[in-house]
Design a protein around this ligand. Structure first.
Ligand SMILES: O=C(CO)[C@@H](O)[C@H](O)[C@H](O)[C@H](O)COP(=O)(O)O
Length: 258
């Protein structure tokens, strides 16, 4: 293997490693988002998700984790990747223009209180910005995964997880981490909110001692009072997900003190 080939790998890993600690701070919101998303989905609500190119693939991946499963068996959850709807995409693009391909689907499928999650490295894709505006007009909660802020998509959404890296590939890679962690939080919160009898698994991400003190509503029933403010937060989840990366990050940390 030549030196230049190795440089490509090392350069990529260096960029990824240098983004991890600032990402860790930004990604703290995933705990609260998982709490909110679990309450919505188990109460009969829906997640709509979309992105372009590599972010389209990540949007589909995220939807599949919820409709299928992340790890353990549990009841299916409603998530639609708008970028995977090829006939709608081509028809809307053909008839109304590419900037409308997601916004029109949001108006078709979105309901007040549902969550719309939009993935964009640049935060400048016009079709996603229009989707966010359509979602907000409907009363949806609009979240975004983007690269560095400020950007128009972040401005159009109610909340953003902005990966602080100038490298598009690194941003995409940490968006995928974010999708997995978000789904892990959803799986952790579901049994806490609705109890094991709700069909939402046993919360294997939680410490064994975590108590559940409530009844399990049917899946079509209303979600419990749920502010997403951490009131029913399963203790210990965050600790389990705290960054533990050997090498560069440990060195970085020790330079900053204990
Ligand atoms: O995967 C990549 C680059 O890594 C590309 O396919 C990339 O996703 C496309 O250029 C997208 O159109 C970029 O859109 P966005 O992330 O800026 O919203």
């Amino acid at each position: 293997m030549t030196g230049s080939t190795t440089d490509v790998l090392d350069s990529h890993l260096t960029g990824l490693a240098s983004a991890l600690l600032p990402y860790r701070t930004e990604a703290a919101r995933l705990d609260r988002w998982g709490d909110e998303l679990a309450g919505l989905l188990a109460g009969g609500g829906r997640l709509l998700v979309a992105g372009n190119g590599g972010s389209a693939a990540e949007a589909q991946h995220l939807a599949a984790e919820l409709v299928g499963k992340l790890c353990d068996d549990r009841a299916p959850l409603s998530a639609i990747a708008l970028c995977a709807e090829t006939s709608s995409l081509t028809a809307i693009g053909n008839d109304y223009g590419f900037d409308e391909v997601f916004a029109r689907q949001v108006r078709a499928h979105g309901r007040s209180g549902d969550i719309l999650l939009l993935l964009s490295t640049s935060g400048r894709s016009a079709n996603l910005v229009r989707a966010a505006r359509a979602g907000r007009e409907l009363g949806m909660r609009c979240w975004a995964f983007t690269g560095p802020t400020p950007n128009p998509l972040a401005d159009a959404c109610t909340e953003v997880l902005a990966v602080p890296s100038p490298d598009t590939q690194v941003v995409q890679e940490l968006h995928l981490v974010s999708a997995h962690v978000l789904c892990a939080y959803v799986d952790a919160y579901l049994p806490v909110l609705f109890g094991p009898a709700g069909g939402y698994g046993t919360g294997r991400h939680l410490p064994a001692a975590t108590p559940y003190a409530g009844s399990a509503p049917g899946r079509s029933g209303p979600a419990p009072e749920h502010s997403g403010s951490g009131q029913v937060r399963p203790s210990g989840v965050e600790d389990e997900l705290v960054l533990r990366v050997p090498g560069t990050l440990d060195l970085h940390r020790s330079e900053e003190g204990p």
